[in-house]
Design a protein around this ligand. Structure first.
Ligand SMILES: *[C@@H]1O[C@H](CO)[C@@H](O)[C@H](O)[C@H]1NC(C)=O
Length: 305
């Protein structure tokens, strides 16, 4: 090996090295996302402060593949709307997007329970093909009716009838088809803490190429979480969803996870200083309404720099 030649190459390219440094901090993003509409608080899009210097996603909670009247029963991928349809209408979506060019609106699938009842929103496909067919057609019409831009995957209940590979196939094919058909521009997943990791990791292993963001539900950890524990959880999630854009998350009623009082924004700032704050999301606009949205303001100010 000709070391003098290598060395002269090094000298040639050395002046370019400083140009690479800013790239290591280029992963910060100004994406702010907020779930809205699940808790019957009458919250409107226009109630929520929107900073013009962030990318803002409202995420409607939820569309669920269950019947809309009791007894709530599974519908094998036939999705129905369960969010507050009095305030969060198709025209309200069109209007918030028209008045704020930085706003996009997505729909989240499933959530914990059906309409806040004791019925869990369980993932119960009859078969992969039939679930995907039903999901593609029902969601395409909801997404077009409401002028939506993306979907979020938030199944939190599974049973032995559908394993992790079935979940991965159903969701992966759904997202791929909606993207290929031009129905959505982006998709995210919202993994909850254990024991759901297996399901979301199986999905990530096969379909990470169609998943744009990971809304990891860090508020699934207890409200005693410290900043350093939170940063550790962030590292774990980043390695579970390797190469993914993992967002930090806050539960705005302060009942669980790392709270604002205990340093949530300090943790976000640390990640931002390290160049790996891909965005922040809050659960939920409904809970925040009573307090006047201080955390939404603070999160967006941080992201806007
Ligand atoms: C913190 O979590 C515990 C256990 O879930 C709960 O009992 C308590 O009310 C929570 N504290 C706050 C301030 O919400």
């Amino acid at each position: 090996m000709d070391f003098s030649k290598l060395f002269s190459y090094f000298l040639l390219f050395a002046p370019l090295l400083p140009l690479l440094l800013p790239m290591s901090t280029a992963e910060n993003s100004n994406l702010f996302r907020e779930y809205i509409g699940a808790q019957d608080k009458g919250v409107k899009f226009t109630d929520v402060p929107i900073n013009p210097n962030v990318q803002f996603h409202f995420i409607l909670a939820f569309a669920i593949d269950y019947t809309t009247s009791t007894p709530y029963s599974p519908t094998n991928g036939q999705f129905n709307v369960f969010w507050d349809t009095v305030n969060l209408t198709p025209s309200a979506v069109a209007s918030i997007k028209q008045s704020h060019s930085n706003v996009k609106v997505a729909v989240s699938l499933a959530g914990y329970s059906v309409a806040g009842s004791t019925t869990p929103a369980t993932f119960l496909p009859t078969s992969i093909d039939s679930w995907v067919d039903n999901a593609v057609s029902s969601l395409t019409s909801i997404i077009r009716q409401y002028h939506l831009d993306g979907i979020d995957i938030d199944y939190e209940n599974f049973d032995s009838s559908a394993d992790a590979d079935t979940f991965a196939e159903c969701i992966g094919r759904l997202i791929t088809t909606l993207k290929n058909n031009g129905v959505i521009q982006f998709a995210s997943i919202a993994p909850y803490v254990e024991p759901l990791r297996t399901y979301y990791k199986a999905l990530w292993a096969k379909y990470s190429n169609v998943i744009d963001y990971v809304n990891f539900q860090f508020y699934g950890y207890p409200n005693s979480t410290t900043v350093s524990q939170f940063l550790g959880y962030y590292d774990t999630a980043s390695s579970d969803y390797e190469g993914g854009k993992v967002l930090t998350s806050l539960m705005s009623d302060g009942t669980s996870g790392l709270t604002a009082e205990n340093g949530f924004f300090d943790a976000c700032k640390t990640l931002q200083d390290q160049g790996r704050l891909f965005g922040i999301f809050i659960w939920s606009a409904d809970s925040s309404k009573a307090e006047g949205f201080p955390y939404e303001e603070e999160a967006q100010a941080l992201l806007a720099g």
